[in-house]
Design a protein around this ligand. Structure first.
Ligand code: SAM
Length: 225
């Protein structure tokens, strides 16, 4: 994928990236921060009651979900181990132009940049209670059997199924089920019936939840053994 992103402003004043080659945005144009908060923080992270939470993210991208997770966790005092897989890391020049620190918490700007400068393939302490491991790899070639992650919360934030169908396959949902711990949840902004059926086929139970502005529904899947 040849990634040449264009920075755009969304309805809540936060930036997103547009990929002309895919005709696809990284976030909802109705509000990037608003969407990430609704789908991943409210329906995902806050739904997990554990004190030591392992988050696995599909698509690190702008690092917005990681940043919002880190900021949210400052109020909870929990430990977060955050693993994120990304095949096409963004250039620093793009990251430095994004207004997420300014829109969320200007004094946390250094933490946002630290998320991005963390080396792939090893765990980096971002704060005393937030540890990041970035994996630079293609999810469609990822060998799930090599890992025993026991994820508590999966943020499934791939480009939409009609833009990148190879990210929304039975094989991938089977792999994510395998990677989840008992009681683990997977959240995504997508509510398509075909996606829900693949999650169920993998073994998850699924719920349709109200979506963020501009989207009627989203999905949350749970692994119960
Ligand atoms: C919808 S964007 C969301 C990114 C991020 N969560 C954010 O908030 O900026 C999808 C992300 O998936 C990444 N991606 C695309 N194909 C991938 C693949 N095969 N394996 C891993 N990541 C991929 C893209 O580069 C992009 O960063």
């Amino acid at each position: 994928m040849n990634v040449k992103p264009v920075i755009e402003l969304t309805a809540d004043g936060s930036h997103t990236l547009f990929i002309p080659e895919l005709n696809e945005h990284y976030h909802s144009v109705n509000g990037a921060i608003q969407e990430s908060t609704h789908v991943f923080i409210e329906a995902g992270l806050k739904h997990c009651e554990k004190d030591d939470i392992h988050v696995f993210e599909v698509g690190f991208g702008t690092g917005l979900n990681a940043f919002l997770t880190l900021l949210e966790n400052r109020k909870s005092g929990k430990i977060i181990r955050y693993t994120s897989i990304e095949a096409y890391p963004l250039a620093d020049i793009v990251i430095k132009k994004l207004n997420y620190p300014e829109r969320c918490l200007p004094m946390a700007q250094d933490m946002y940049y630290k998320l991005h400068s963390a080396e792939s393939g090893k765990e980096t302490e971002i704060t005393g209670d937030f540890y990041l491991t970035k994996i630079e790899a293609d999810l469609t070639r990822f060998d799930f059997s090599e890992t025993r992650e026991n994820a508590d919360v999966i943020y499934f934030d791939a480009f939409a199924p009609d833009k990148q169908p190879d990210m929304w396959t039975q094989e991938i949902f089977d792999g994510l089920y395998y990677l989840s711990g008992n009681g683990g949840i997977l959240v995504t902004y997508c509510a398509k019936g075909a996606v829900r059926r693949m999650m169920r086929q993998a073994g998850f139970t699924t719920e349709r939840l109200p979506g963020p502005p501009g989207k009627r529904e989203m999905l949350r899947a749970t692994k119960r053994i």
